[in-house]
Design a protein around this ligand. Structure first.
Ligand code: NAI
Ligand code: MG
Length: 488
């Protein structure tokens, strides 16, 4: 593991390591054993000021800075070099990610490869982003320019630091913005290392800056900063509201990705053998700490019992243990998250909700780690907190339904709308549901928690607004200028 990234406890600003202006640091805990193993800089407003100033110099007041002047093709080439570097360092990055987040090493490796894929995708897209010419009155030509916002802010959560950095910073850089990133205090070492690689790959000073620290300090300072031209935030609805309010004071556009309570709708004609592994993976991947986790299992009554039996057997077989032991499931991110899941489960127990099955924590898992066995609950009343709120842990709530209308009503009946999975062989039903589900992505006879670099992703309702991933994200990282020329 890279000692430099672990021991440095500094921000990365203007291609240099910089200590926090106030000299303060924070411990980073390893969720697998609960012990501190690294320190990071505890950034505050002064540090954010320095990072925004560096980004502004790189972009310029109107794109005349070193990065602002870099051509689209050169931005693409830089991202391609960075993708290559990430792939060469997959193992190092995977270990940093797994150590900080607790995710099994295979997931850390998948995340490193996904990061490289985001950079590749946006490398290829950088020089394909362009405006249009518009019909207007005779004697005039009108055209539109897709311009970068300028300096973009990126507030990143701890569940998938590399993937969320890739989709947001990759697209922002491709579009020509200079970036200031505030990663989560729990998990940021991989991103500091990637920023260092970006400098090595030739990124101009200040085009990418990382300020570490607490959300209520560094994060809040970034959201409120008048020098930021766009903010993208992934995390909880409560924090998303605070970020959007702070940004609104200086009329800064915001993209919010706030998680969900995503349903899987399984009809009686579905191929149950195919359903089971996908449904299980969609809730246990990353120990359920995935914005797009499939956390509700809605099953047509005719196959409710047989499906629960099979899903229950698969969940009971899951083994939970330290990240580097690379089992099926790792620990949760921190003790407060474990407590949050316990609170939901004890509420379920108090309300008489039945546990169908639970996985097991291996004996060798350290006592002080933040382990939670994956758990399947059945007959959860549709209005119950367990069926309505994002738990962000490996807890799957099963509910039976009778017919398509009821399935749709339950599926749409939460404050969220991020992803849905529909399992049926009936083509007309697939299409009806795909159109009627209120969410940002619908998967038919599959489910894509986490993946899909090319596929636009984002929510409706309390799941947020704006789209990341795919080409659509590039549009979000630009602003459109219309130029109307009268030439007679
Ligand atoms: P959070 O939303 O508070 O943190 C996400 C990011 O926002 C972190 O980088 C954090 O430092 C930053 N942040 C926190 N407060 C801020 C503020 N006032 N201004 C600006 N930035 C701020 O999430 P937290 O507290 O870590 O987790 C609580 C719950 O949020 C989880 O149980 C889960 O339900 C949800 N969550 C959802 C995620 C998703 O992918 N949709 C990711 C992380 C958390
Ligand atoms: Mg928080």
């Amino acid at each position: 593991m890279d000692g430099a990234a672990i021991g440095r406890a500094q921000h990365f600003i203007g291609n240099r390591w910089v200590p926090a202006a106030g000299g303060q640091t924070l411990d980073v805990l390893d969720p697998s054993d609960g012990a501190p193993f690294a320190r990071i800089a505890r950034g505050e407003a002064t540090d954010v000021d320095a990072a925004v100033a560096a980004a502004r110099r790189a972009y310029g007041a109107h794109g005349e800075g070193a990065w602002g002047r870099t051509s689209a093709v050169e931005r693409g080439r830089f991202l391609m070099r960075l993708a290559q570097r990430v792939l060469e360092c997959e193992e190092e990055l995977a270990r940093l990610e797994s150590r900080c987040t607790g995710k099994p090493l295979k997931q850390g490796r998948a995340d490193a490869r996904a990061l490289a894929r985001y950079f590749e995708y946006y490398a290829g897209a950088a020089d394909k982003l362009h405006g249009q010419t518009l019909p207007y009155t005779p004697g005039m030509t009108v055209l539109t320019l897709r311009e970068p916002h300028g300096v973009t802010g990126h507030i990143i959560p701890w569940n998938y630091p590399m993937q969320i950095f890739g989709r947001s910073v990759g697209a922002a850089l491709a579009a020509g913005n200079a970036c200031v990133v505030k990663p989560a205090e729990d998990a940021c070492l991989s991103l500091l290392r990637v920023a260092e690689m970006a400098a090595e790959a030739g990124l101009p000073e200040g085009a990418l800056n990382i300020v570490t620290g607490f959300g209520h300090e560094a994060g809040a300072a970034l959201a409120a900063h008048g020098g930021i031209d766009h903010i993208s935030f992934t995390g909880s609805p409560v924090t998303g509201t605070a970020v959007a309010q702070a940004a609104a004071r200086h009329h800064c556009p915001v993209t919010l990705e706030l998680g969900g309570k995503s349903p899987q709708l399984v009809f009686a004609d579905a191929a149950l053998d195919e359903v089971v592994p996908v449904v299980v993976n969609a809730i246990v991947q990353n120990a359920g700490q995935t914005c797009s986790a499939g956390s509700r299992l809605l099953v047509e009554r005719a196959v409710y019992e047989p499906l629960l039996e099979r899903v229950g057997a698969a969940i009971a077989a899951l083994r939970v243990g330290p990240a580097l032991a690379d089992l099926d499931v790792g620990p949760l991110i921190r003790r407060s998250q474990l407590q949050r899941v316990w609170d939901y489960l004890s509420q379920a127990q108090a309300d008489g909700i039945e546990v169908v099955a639970a996985g097991s924590v291996v004996d060798s898992a350290p006592q002080e780690g933040f382990y939670q066995a994956p758990t399947l609950l059945r007959d959860v009343p549709r209005g119950h907190r367990i069926a309505q709120e994002e738990i962000f842990g490996p807890v799957l709530a099963a509910l039976p339904f009778d017919g398509e209308d009821e399935a749709l009503a339950i599926a749409n009946g939460t404050p969220f709308g991020l992803v849905a999975g529909v399992w049926t062989q009936d083509g007309a039903r697939q299409m009806r549901l795909a159109r009627n589900l209120r969410c940002g992505q619908v998967f038919i006879n599959n489910y894509g928690a986490g993946g899909g670099i090319e596929l636009p992703f984002g929510g409706v309702k309390s799941s947020g607004y704006g789209r990341e991933k795919g080409f659509e994200a590039l549009l979000g990282f630009t602003t459109l200028k219309t130029i109307a020329i009268r030439h007679g």
